[in-house]
Design a protein. Structure first.
Ligand SMILES: NC(=O)c1ccc[n+]([C@@H]2O[C@H](COP(=O)([O-])OP(=O)(O)OC[C@H]3O[C@@H](n4cnc5c(N)ncnc54)[C@H](OP(=O)(O)O)[C@@H]3O)[C@@H](O)[C@H]2O)c1
Length: 333
């Protein structure tokens, strides 16, 4: 069960770019905290131009300050220093779908192409809520908002592929997708509200995370010139993802005990949690023929996801239903 660290991706083996000569552009959702913070740190150290799409500007700017300091510290210990990239803020709130075309517009005013899109932001195991866009909250933040963002950014990714560089889409799913593997949930069941919520919230998380893997597999079919990878980053107890359960009255004692055991048995650090994403973004060994639509787990090891997540027919249902729902809400997809 314990992760085999000898198989973890080493970001230092990936190419470094000089942003003055080769402008490699990344857009990541979240990233101001948790594993996304380390993803951004390493991409910045490798010379990438990073757009961090977040909902709170002050948090993103603070993350930039800390990432720049950490990069300077790491570079000060090296004999050969590589030029660092650039860090830019873009406003996005995945709980408000109207913010997505606005974020894409803001991006298009600065860049003409996109190399890597990372759907990193997420929430987990939160109480039942329906968003103002009329989706279950975990389904919207983890899946629908990223689906819309991907559809809106496809032209910018495709532009890069015309120049001979393979653009990449990386979506942070989770081993938790298996919570929804005991039966086939249709996308219209995203608002599943059964008792007790403390159990069904995990099924809803599983539905959202299964949909993300289905999306990656559909992208591999529908957009074969883009390398799309789904990731389970590992069990990382040091991020803010578990905060809701850590703070629940009474329940928090049991939850924290379970978290402590999970951490001991299979936990990895926040930085190790970024490695699977970094491999999907940067490894020169990946290619469209052998890796498109794959699912990476902790450290970047390839694994098979659940049958529901791998089923292309189910994936197509998820895609088609969601396109229609977005169109009903006025999005031009
Ligand atoms: N940690 C784990 O053990 C684990 C395991 C499997 C999968 N994952 C997945 O890995 C990804 C990153 O998780 P993490 O552990 O790094 O979590 P985290 O520390 O809680 O970070 C989540 C990020 O998502 C952002 N976010 C949440 N809601 C948002 C919204 N409505 N609009 C825009 N941004 C929003 C957060 O921004 P704010 O700071 O503004 O809230 C934060 O930057 C998630 O997709 C998660 O499901 C994590």
């Amino acid at each position: 069960m314990s992760p085999n660290r000898s198989k973890f991706f080493n970001p230092e083996t990936a190419p470094y770019y000089d942003p003055k000569e080769d402008r490699r552009v990344v857009l990541i959702t979240g990233g101001n905290t948790g594993i996304g913070w380390y993803t951004v740190l390493h991409l910045y150290l490798h010379g990438y131009i990073i757009y961090m799409a977040g909902r709170t500007e002050s948090k993103v700017l603070k993350a930039f300050e800390d990432i720049k300091k950490e990069a300077e510290l790491r570079n000060s210990k090296l004999d050969k220093i590589h030029p660092v990239g650039e860090l830019h803020y873009i406003h996005i709130d995945l709980l408000d779908l109207s913010s997505i075309p606005q974020a894409v517009k803001a991006f298009s005013e600065k860049e003409s192409k996109l190399d890597i899109l990372i759907g990193n932001a997420g929430i987990m195991g939160v109480p039942y809520k329906v968003t103002k866009d009329d989706y279950e909250i975990q389904y919207q933040v983890n899946f629908v908002a990223h689906f819309l963002l991907i559809l809106e950014l496809l032209p910018y990714l495709k532009k890069e592929s015309k120049s001979g560089i393979t653009p990449r889409i990386v979506l942070l799913s989770s081993i938790g997708h298996n919570f929804a593997s005991y039966k086939h949930f249709k996308p219209e069941q995203n608002k599943l509200n059964c008792f007790p919520n403390s159990i069904y919230t995990w099924v809803r998380y599983g539905i959202a995370k299964t949909s993300e893997i289905q999306l990656v597999k559909q992208l591999a079919v529908k957009e074969p010139e883009i390398l799309s990878i789904a990731v389970h980053p590992g069990i990382i107890l040091g991020t803010e993802l578990y905060n809701h359960w850590r703070e629940l009255p009474i329940v928090k004692y049991a939850a924290n005990a379970v978290f402590a055991i999970s951490d001991k048995v299979m936990g990895v650090s926040n930085e190790e949690g970024a490695l699977a994403t970094l491999k999907a973004c940067m490894s020169p060994e990946l290619n469209l023929k052998k890796d498109n639509g794959e699912y990476f787990v902790t450290g970047g090891v390839v694994e098979k996801p659940s049958k529901n997540a791998s089923n292309l027919k189910y994936g197509e249902e998820t895609w088609d239903w969601n396109v229609k729902e977005l169109q009903k809400r006025g999005f031009n997809v």
